[in-house]
Design a protein around this ligand. Structure first.
Ligand SMILES: NC(=O)c1ccc[n+]([C@@H]2O[C@H](COP(=O)([O-])OP(=O)(O)OC[C@H]3O[C@@H](n4cnc5c(N)ncnc54)[C@H](O)[C@@H]3O)[C@@H](O)[C@H]2O)c1
Length: 418
């Protein structure tokens, strides 16, 4: 079956966008050169469920240079960049993705990728891997292994592995240092504010921004919000993370109290119903609710609908909910991850490192997949270090090397106080 995208005439615009990303992703381009020469993915079919962005296109083209045949669908109904999807489709990749899908359409696209009989899967949120396990277990014998891009997907796949039902090895790309320290923190931090600004155009200085969750994403969002002059309040359930937020200079309090003072709320927990009815009943008139976590479950949509008497779209990606007491609350991007739905996702420079890990992990699975245990594996340390090394090199920076003496000293116990 041919690709299914919104509008093939957008291909030329998408091409420019992909070229722009390529110019900012030198590490992935370096890997592409090596792949083109060595063809490590010859005869490998890759099935990918990823946000279809310009950066994803750079990854997909890198895999194709390595000899792979690729089928791609989105990993969220609202995050596909239609011009990029058109461009990839016009260059021969099987693409099943468009922005604004129903749940049925979203899963139809995943099904199409599964029907391409992948040998390696790339997932972002684990919908593809879970669907293969539930709907097409007969295809699993072809699969050497898969990768997972995000925290929520890793949580789901570890749960599958712990229940003894994971049937092929997964590499958790999310857990590479060169992924989560940069992508989750600086990427989400910047692009979440980008999404809020593009959709609302509000002034952030002087506002009270409530960040729910002080994980890698939450840290980045809190840091960047402060940088824009906002007063930042953090809510947490983990005492260590809460303490860290406090010592980083943020106020901490329960969401129930924060509800009364926040102007903008941003969830980044990977958890469900973090902002729910009892909080919505306290939130100030005019407040903005956004989510950066993977699924649209962090702000309870059923609760918001249940207390509203009217709903209308007032701007792109902004839904106004009118409550019976006259207050109005503004939900961004239907509660889906605002950085991808209302902006363009992470900057290319950050995705360069995440996707360099993806490309090298796909290569690793193509070579070693059959010998790997059916569990969730960490990214091999040599891949993580190689990505960091290439990133430093691409920035024109240099670092020191251990001398022989230092190397020996760091492995010894004999020398102490002198
Ligand atoms: N928008 C993006 O582009 C993007 C990028 C990376 C990750 N993600 C997603 O963002 C989410 C968070 O990822 P992360 O890497 O920061 O995860 P993380 O595990 O590092 O952090 C999550 C934090 O939320 C806290 N938390 C859980 N339930 C909570 C609750 N009810 N109230 C307050 N805090 C709560 C946890 O204690 C933890 O500290 C995940 O769903 C992940 O998949 C999104």
């Amino acid at each position: 079956m041919e690709s299914k995208v919104k509008d093939t005439s957008l291909a030329e615009k998408g091409e420019l966008s992909i070229e722009w990303a390529e110019s900012r992703m030198p590490v992935l381009m370096r890997i592409r050169e090596v792949f083109a020469e060595r063809k490590p993915l010859a005869a490998i079919r890759v099935g990918a469920s990823l946000h279809v962005t310009k950066e994803t296109a750079v990854l997909i083209r890198t895999l194709v240079s390595g000899g792979a045949e690729v089928a791609l669908c989105g990993s969220n109904p609202l995050s596909t960049q239609d011009d990029v999807a058109a461009s990839l489709a016009s260059s021969g990749v099987k693409v099943y993705a468009w922005r604004g899908q129903t749940a049925d359409e979203y899963y139809w696209c995943i099904k199409k990728v599964i029907e391409s009989r992948p040998n390696v899967t790339i997932d972002d949120g684990a919908d593809l891997t879970a669907s293969i396990h539930e709907m097409n277990p007969e295809y699993i014998e072809d699969i050497l292994g898969g990768t997972e891009e995000t925290t929520t997907g890793v949580v789901r796949l570890k749960a599958l592995a712990e229940s003894g039902k994971l049937r092929y090895p997964i590499i958790s790309v999310n857990d590479a240092y060169t992924k989560y320290l940069f992508d989750n923190r600086y990427g989400t931090g910047q692009s979440t504010l980008d999404g809020i600004l593009r959709s609302t155009s509000v002034l952030l200085a002087g506002k009270t921004i409530v960040v729910a969750g002080y994980g890698w994403c939450g840290r980045g969002i809190a840091m960047r919000s402060r940088g824009m002059g906002a007063q930042v309040v953090v809510t947490e359930v983990d005492p260590v993370r809460a303490l860290e937020a406090l010592m980083d200079g943020f106020r901490i309090m329960p969401i129930d109290e924060a509800a009364e003072i926040g102007d903008i709320f941003i969830t980044a927990t990977g958890d469900i119903n973090v902002i729910r009815k009892e909080h919505m009943l306290k939130i100030k008139n005019g407040a903005i609710l956004g989510n950066a976590g993977h699924f649209n479950v962090e702000v309870s949509l059923p609760d918001l609908e249940s207390i509203s008497i009217r709903k209308r779209t007032v701007r792109n990606s902004v839904e106004e909910y009118s409550l019976s007491d006259g207050r109005r609350l503004y939900l961004l991007s239907e509660g889906r991850l605002v950085n991808l739905a209302a902006a363009e996702g992470h900057p290319s420079e950050v995705m360069m490192m995440s996707f360099a890990n993806q490309a090298l992990c796909v290569q690793y699975i193509a070579t070693h997949g059959r010998g790997m245990g059916k569990t969730v594996h960490k990214v091999p340390v040599e891949i993580d270090r190689e990505v960091a090394r290439l990133a430093i090199e691409s920035l024109g920076a240099k670092i020191d090397q251990l001398t022989h003496e230092q190397s020996k000293y760091l492995k010894s116990w004999e020398s102490g106080t002198i």
